[in-house]
Design a protein around this ligand. Structure first.
Ligand code: TEU
Length: 566
């Protein structure tokens, strides 16, 4: 594969609600982002992915869109948007928008029309079905299928007026669009072209592997102890998904140059499918977000059911993806986004070893093959949040889960809270910590969600002034990817594969090689230098421990990471 620009690029995700508030209403906005562009420039990222800023009732913080071509007044205006785009482009940074077209808001005019009567011309733009055979609308168990929503409860909502149910894989305010209908697809492609013509550089596509459903809508198997059937086989990688994504490519990107980036968010996708989605010869997507490594600490009961993931689990899984996409396809590399708890609290150590563990995790991620994504605050080693009561949470998934677990399943509230503190998406959504000023410098008003109380220690002003900070280390990692084709294009080989503490791999290209060695535990880790032949006198190009690192010593300190080149 010829080098593509995004192989040596790093993407930074901005979650606008929590990035920076310029007008004191407690909610981040576009001008707030504009005021902090130099932070991104200094970090050295190539692309910003902006989570949704479109008009929305904010049932799911903007992932419920009521107008794809308007900016929500909470965030600003189209003028402010153009200014942001210009400010980024002036700094050589591209802007990728969030594309949320598996569903709209129920307040989108398309849905309002669709719901207005059974014979409305837009009725078929969404998934409408009558009650199950013989059942009355609204009756217990009358839903057309036994599918559950990601946000608890049934995936079907009865519309009293027309006596039919509509499908919503997420909240009831996020009805699923019917991609079988060519008018729906055409309307989406027009909207995408409108944004690209305005100057944006691509799209991150929300749950894009869910667009094609099995139109017979079968019931799912109900797992033991679960309330709902498992519908995943009927909406993920559905029968027409590759056709739809290829059509989108043809209708939106094919006639343009190759400055754009497309990344598909794909919960549950496996290696074989990911290879198909990203095979350049097929003309679908540039890369995917897969979920296997961030699902490793989920038990049989799903995301709220924690199990420990070992270093072996993590590195084996990441290495499988490296090998699986080695010849064909491309992967995204991420630990964090707005849906995941903070990596330093999850796979690292957010206490004594916060800084070295954040650096070690960043190192092993960034130097693999793929395009790394940094989620706002990750470059500071931001941590999970000590939420005290259910009233501290804001996320619909979290709040609905709490209500269902406590009220329907009768689980003890304090146990459910323990799971929320560990896993809730709100851990990623507290305000960006800019400084040690009130509210971490995020807002002069009352923040929409609590600020992590560790902001006096963990903040951008302190990190930018400290040569040994997580920020400085992320800068160095990004710089290394820019400079080294070993990182952007080299092959990948796992070394010390059975080591229970160390994640180590070699990147090789044209006779040169990089060795990445990281201890992903808080205990010293000894290794056999003889198992790494040829690396004894290699040069250290990057180390998490700062200065004084001297190549292969046979032992790594707690969370120590070192990168050698020969
Ligand atoms: O997320 C899709 C998704 O399946 C999950 O990661 C989801 O966030 C949830 O945690 C599952 O347990 C995307 C967006 O990233 C997310 O913010 C939205 O809420 C969701 O789609 C609906 O648009």
């Amino acid at each position: 594969m010829n080098d593509k620009w995004w192989q040596s690029a790093v993407v930074y995700q901005v979650y606008p609600r929590s990035f920076a508030d310029s007008d004191g209403d407690g909610i981040g906005d576009l001008r707030g982002i504009i005021q902090h562009l130099d932070h991104l420039k200094e970090l050295g990222v190539d692309v910003v992915w902006l989570s949704p800023i479109y008009a929305s009732p904010h049932d799911d913080n903007g992932y419920d869109i009521s107008d794809y071509q308007r900016i929500d007044p909470l965030f600003g205006t189209l003028d402010a948007f153009d200014e942001l785009l210009e400010g980024l482009h002036e700094r050589g940074i591209k802007l990728v928008m969030d594309l949320v077209v598996n569903h709209t808001s129920d307040e989108h005019p398309w849905f309002v029309e669709s719901a207005s009567s059974r014979d409305n011309p837009k009725r078929d733009w969404y998934w409408w079905r009558g009650p199950r055979d013989g059942a009355q609308p609204g009756e217990h168990g009358a839903e057309p299928t036994n599918w559950g929503s990601f946000f608890s409860g049934s995936a079907w909502q009865l519309d009293e007026r027309t006596g039919e149910y509509y499908l919503h894989l997420f909240s009831r305010k996020q009805p699923d669009l019917n991609w079988e209908n060519p008018e729906v697809r055409g309307a989406v492609y027009d909207m995408m072209n409108w944004w690209l013509d305005r100057g944006v550089d691509g799209f991150r596509m929300d749950v894009v592997n869910f667009l094609s459903k099995d139109v017979s809508l079968p019931d799912g198997v109900v797992p033991p102890g679960a309330l709902w059937g498992d519908a995943y086989p009927f909406f993920a990688q559905g029968p027409r998904i590759h056709e739809f994504l290829h059509e989108m490519h043809e209708r939106v990107f094919a006639g343009r140059d190759d400055r754009y980036l497309t990344v598909g968010e794909m919960p549950g996708v496996d290696i074989a499918e990911a290879r198909r989605f990203t095979d350049p010869a097929r003309g679908e997507l540039d890369m995917v977000f897969q979920f296997e490594h961030v699902d490793l600490d989920h038990g049989p009961g799903g995301k709220w059911d924690h199990r420990d993931a070992s270093v072996l689990d993590l590195k084996r899984n990441l290495a499988q993806w490296q090998e699986g996409l080695a010849e064909v396809g491309w992967n995204s590399l991420y630990w964090n986004n707005h849906d995941q708890p903070r990596v330093v609290s999850r796979f690292g150590d957010d206490g004594e070893h916060r800084i070295p563990s954040a650096k070690a995790l960043g190192t092993v991620l960034h130097l693999m093959r793929g395009t790394p994504y940094v989620y706002q605050g990750e470059e500071l080693g931001m941590t999970n949040v000590p939420f005290s009561t259910i009233d501290d949470f804001r996320d619909i998934e979290t709040l609905n889960h709490y209500a269902e677990a406590v009220d329907v399943l009768g689980q003890p509230a304090d146990e459910v809270l323990v799971a929320l503190r560990r896993t809730s998406r709100d851990n990623a959504r507290t305000p960006m910590q800019w400084s040690d000023e009130p509210n971490a410098g995020f807002t002069t008003g009352e923040p929409w969600i609590t600020v992590n109380p560790n902001f006096p220690q963990v903040n951008a002003a302190a990190a930018r002034a400290d040569a040994d900070s997580v920020f400085a280390h992320y800068r160095a990692l990004i710089d290394l990817r820019h400079r080294s084709r070993l990182v952007s294009a080299g092959g990948f080989e796992l070394v010390l594969p059975e080591h229970e503490q160390i994640f180590a791999y070699v990147r090789e290209l044209d006779g040169g090689a990089l060795l990445v060695l990281a201890n992903l535990t808080g205990r010293p880790a000894a290794y056999d230098v003889a198992a790494l032949p040829g690396w004894e006198s290699a040069e250290v190009v990057l180390a998490s421990g700062g200065t004084g690192t001297t190549g292969l010593t046979g032992v790594l300190g707690p969370w120590e990471a070192v990168v050698l080149q020969r």
